[in-house]
Write a protein that binds this ligand. Structure first.
Ligand code: G6P
Length: 609
């Protein structure tokens, strides 16, 4: 997704902004640009399609000395990803500069009006219209002009604006897209993400919907859409810039895969007592509504959806209530009947996914109690929910999710147990057995990593395959989906995740020596059934890679390659079984030479529909 960084203060803005963009690269982008009001009052703009290196080489290592500037990484929504459509965008007078994340939905109408009034728009973007709207509204006060321009725009946005005539002032505003203000010593920052400014300050204000922030080097004023003041707390962020760096690993994804034991430890700590009792205090605000529930709906996208499938199974098993997970973009336009007895659980690593937020908001409007599960403090989803459970997994930089999947599964399982206990449907013995498995999970995840040392090498032998069929059954099915998604995302090889019993109803025709079968065959109540399905595939010449539980002595008879993972509570199986499959995807991607951390066409957080 797009990234924004802005600076006003006594230091030279250019290098600060370029470094900020580097920290935002992980969000995924297709072009980058920078604008500065140089010390001589001239506006300097440079922007380039492609990676940041293209922008840097266009700049030839130099930017004019400036105390204020804006920079942007773009992920195209309107107009091709080329130099012209890259941000920043400038008005007719060359005085006003705008960068923008999100989509202005009525931009065609706005553009037509602007063109009819004599403006010359040079790009195909929705953003450029904003620069011209600010131009029309400007009468010496940038904040007032931005507020007025935004009054005409509908959609989702985080914007940052500067005017050459006010060379120490940055104005930012947000609606459904994140924007944070950084408070330094005699300098201030605007950013789409704290990672962009963390090396300069850890004191930030998370702007809320409709907020307009007026930044000067010495401070910031926040107002609402009505122009009235808004009190916004300054938060201290304890993520160090180093925490977001790669450490000794070749890729962020590999680092994050190896961080899973620690991420799980953080996630579980404070929620499971030593005696195995599970306490999810964050559930407090919805606790009074749990007794009257009639069903549970989980809503999520991508990896978070796969974790939600585990959550739904746990909830249904332990509460006896119907529970299901639905992809956000489907839920949004074909919503199930919702009423105040339907608990809605929204799951989103970033907390900013438009396809997850919209149905959550709709459910809230229907009176449903809402619980959000996210990794991101201050994210949009948290404002839609009465109760929020944070994954506490630390920042995840690679576009393909790893540690946020395993911590989502753990968090949802703890949530399901806590809900069932509140409703009196989970006995103490069951609860403590689960609690003990949770406490053992970080060490088990480490063992899964240790047992998987050979996986990346083994993956290399399969990297030339035409495609892969991942299968699971019951509790292992979500892992098959997630394993296939990882492979697709980072290696660009076709992979499908299927319930093993469905193989014979169609996809078995794809299997041959060039399409291996990856079986998630960890211990489960339907293990034998799954093995029968694997045998059907093997009979079609498919090579079989199996992920199985330690101690499984027969699996070697059914598979060409076996990776073992420790045994755990069946509902937590995905947390361990996914580890070798993440490494398998990584190994195939390495062998195929793809961009592991920033795969083509993908963005870490998708804030448009
Ligand atoms: C994007 C990412 C996926 C991710 C999905 C949901 O499409 O590329 O990896 O699973 O969004 O993201 P969320 O932040 O809502 O969990």
């Amino acid at each position: 997704m797009c990234g924004i960084v802005g600076y006003t203060g006594p230091r030279d803005a250019g290098p600060i902004l370029l470094e900020g963009l580097r920290h935002l690269e992980y969000r995924g982008y297709d072009s980058a640009g920078i604008a500065l009001v140089a010390d001589d009052g001239e506006l300097f703009v440079e922007k380039r399609a492609g990676k940041l290196a293209n922008l840097r080489s266009a700049l030839n290592g130099r930017t004019p000395h400036a105390g204020i500037g804006l920079a942007h990484t773009r992920w195209a929504t309107h107009g091709r990803p080329d130099d012209r459509n890259a941000h920043p965008h400038v008005d007719c007078s060359g005085a006003i500069t705008v960068v923008h994340n999100g989509i202005i939905e009525n931009f065609r109408e706005l553009r037509d009006g602007l063109v009819a009034r004599g403006h010359v728009l040079v790009s195909e973007t929705d953003t450029e219209a904003l620069a011209h709207l600010v131009e029309e509204a400007y009468a010496g006060d940038l904040a007032a002009a931005v507020r007025s321009a935004l009054g005409a725009a509908h959609g989702a946005y985080a914007i940052a604006v500067m005017h050459r005539a006010e060379p120490d002032r940055l104005v930012g505003s947000r609606m459904n897209v994140p924007l944070v203000v950084g408070i330094g010593e005699g300098e201030t920052f605007l950013a789409s993400d704290v990672a962009a400014i963390l090396e300069h300050t850890n004191r930030v204000i998370f702007l809320e919907e409709g907020d307009l922030a007026d930044l000067r080097p010495w401070g910031v004023t926040v107002t609402g859409p009505d122009g009235g003041p808004r009190e916004r707390p300054v938060s201290r962020i304890d993520w160090t810039p180093e925490a977001a760096e790669k450490g000794g690993y070749a890729h962020f994804m590999l680092k994050e895969i190896h961080e899973q034991p620690q991420a799980l430890r953080q996630c579980i700590s404070g929620r499971v007592r030593r005696d195995g009792r599970i306490r999810v205090e964050e559930l407090g605000p919805v606790a009074p509504r749990l007794a009257a529930l009639s069903r549970v709906e989980l809503v999520a996208c991508g990896t978070a959806y796969h974790a939600s499938l585990v959550g739904a199974a746990a909830l249904q098993a332990w509460t006896g209530l119907p529970a299901r997970a639905t992809v956000g973009s489907e839920f949004r336009y074909s919503p199930p009947p919702l009423d105040p007895t339907t608990l809605v659980i929204a799951v989103s690593q970033s907390g900013e996914t438009a396809d997850t937020i919209a149905p959550t908001r709709y459910a809230r409007e229907q009176g449903c109690p809402i619980v959000a599960v996210t990794n991101t403090v201050g994210s949009a989803i948290t404002r839609e929910a009465e109760a929020v459970l944070f994954l506490q997994a630390g920042p995840e930089i690679a576009v393909a999710a790893s540690k946020t999947f395993t911590t989502q599964v753990a968090t949802l399982v703890m949530l399901a147990a806590a809900i069932a206990r509140e409703r009196g449907s989970l006995g103490v013995e069951e609860e403590t057995a689960l609690g003990r498995s949770l406490l053992a999970l970080p060490a088990a995840a480490q063992r899964a990593l240790d047992l998987s040392v050979g996986v990346a090498g083994m993956a290399g032998r399969y990297a030339g395959s035409r495609g892969f069929m991942f299968v699971g059954r019951g509790t292992t099915f979500p892992t098959a989906l997630e394993g296939a998604l990882k492979l697709k995302e980072i290696s660009y090889v076709h992979a499908e995740g299927y319930p093993a019993g469905e193989l014979k109803h169609g996809p078995i025709s794809l299997l041959d020596a060039d399409c291996p079968l990856v079986a998630v065959a960890t211990r489960s109540t339907v293990y034998d059934k799954l093995i029968s399905n694997v045998m059907e595939g093997r009979a079609r010449d498919a090579r079989v890679i199996a992920v199985a539980s330690e101690g499984d002595e027969q699996i070697g008879r059914f598979a060409d390659d076996v990776v073992l993972v420790p045994d755990t509570h069946e509902i937590l199986g995905a947390v361990l079984a996914i580890v070798p499959l993440q490494l398998f995807a990584y190994g195939v991607a390495l062998a195929r030479g793809t961009d592991v951390d920033q795969p083509r066409n993908l963005a870490k957080s998708v804030t448009v529909e």
